[in-house]
Design a protein around this ligand. Structure first.
Ligand code: ATP
Length: 336
């Protein structure tokens, strides 16, 4: 099938998003500053957007909000014109799909730790890849066959015996079986070998070009990504720093994608260090906005995360990075 010119319709609309993780009482801790603040972005059908930023910048949080996993006011986030949190039909229908780095429920379910002679012994249920993949009802056989081929899955794999990368391939296949309209990828390719990753990226690109799907992909791995995205979004401290088409990124930086992102993060880190030094010199605590004493709810895997959040400081980057004047800050909510 050839490339079809897709009509430009916003599939993802983020309007002045603000978000703070709730404390133990389900409300943001008093006096806390929002983790995500004044974040606006619009993406259209067919666009593939790379979401980049340093560790703790807020990428996963943004993707989870878009995926309907955290509640925000309905007008702040619209996916296919609907509120992802309030309209559960979006994910139930498969139109919106979120694939995160976390091991999903069925991986956890077949590994249960049992007490045996005083030790915690993991027992694993013996399930085949075939049973998992063919267990999903209502999938077009051609799409299923294509994904099995793209991800090079051996249907006879017993999932308790395969490698992490092989298990991840099955997880990704399950997540892509239904023909999504919006796909949110939170670095899911770390375990994949170079061939599996390249073939998956090619498949995802085709999904956008032929079916008009929209993809946001948060990653720290830029190998083989040079020609993949149509747009780039850079987030720092929960704020949008840059949102632009890839062609423009290439205009403002003649470095490779990885070196370009590296230069942005280096500038950001240098600026953070400078601000901390200034605070310290003026007798203030080096880190702003400590959230000690709050408890985290909603995501047990992150239960300790609040204690590493001390470096979070409000405020947009004041210096610009590669491309200086070409930088478009969060007022530029539409990517062109
Ligand atoms: N459930 C939670 N409760 C409280 N704070 C959280 C929770 N999850 C994440 N955070 C904090 O929110 C901030 C942003 O985290 P997030 O996971 O969104 O960052 P990220 O950009 O995806 O980082 P990375 O590149 O390391 O994956 C971090 O400072 C983190 O400590």
């Amino acid at each position: 099938m050839g490339i079809v010119e897709q009509p430009r319709q916003p599939t993802i609309e983020i309007n002045g998003l603000r978000f703070t993780y709730p404390g133990i009482d389900g409300h943001p801790p008093p006096g806390s500053k929002p983790l995500i603040d004044d974040f606006s972005l619009t993406l259209n059908s067919g666009e593939r957007c790379l979401l980049v930023g340093s560790n703790g910048a807020g990428k996963t949080t943004i993707l989870k909000i878009l995926g309907g996993k955290h509640m925000v006011e309905p007008h702040m986030v619209r996916v296919l014109g609907r509120s992802a949190f309030h309209d559960t039909g979006l994910t139930a229908s498969g139109d919106l799909s979120y694939l995160g780095g976390e091991i999903c429920w069925w991986v956890v379910q077949w590994r249960r730790d049992v007490a045996f002679a005083g030790f915690e012994v993991p027992i694993q249920m013996d399930i085949s890849a075939e049973k998992m993949i063919f267990g999903v009802a209502g999938i077009h056989p051609d799409r299923r066959a294509e994904l099995i081929k793209v991800l090079d899955i051996d249907l006879s794999w017993r999932l308790h015996k395969v490698s992490d990368g092989q298990r991840r391939r099955v997880q990704i296949c399950m997540g892509l079986l239904r023909p999504f309209k919006v796909l949110l990828l939170d670095e899911i390719t770390v375990d994949l070998d170079v061939l599996a990753r390249a073939d998956l990226l090619k498949f995802l690109r085709k999904e956008c070009e032929e079916r008009g799907a929209t993809i946001i992909y948060a990653t720290h791995i830029f190998d083989g990504l040079e020609e993949w995205p149509t747009h780039m979004v850079y987030v720092a401290h929960g704020k949008l720093q840059l949102a632009m088409p890839m062609a423009k990124v290439k205009q403002i930086s003649n470095l490779s994608l990885m070196r370009t992102v590296e230069s942005w993060l280096r500038k950001e880190r240098d600026e953070d260090r400078r601000k901390r030094k200034e605070r310290k010199a003026s007798g203030l605590p080096e880190f702003e906005d400590r959230l000690e004493g709050t408890r985290v709810v909603g995501d047990p895997a992150r239960a300790g995360a609040q204690f590493t959040n001390n470096g979070w400081a409000a405020g947009r980057l004041h210096s610009t990075v590669a491309g200086e004047d070409n930088f478009q800050l969060s007022s530029n909510r539409v990517l062109r």
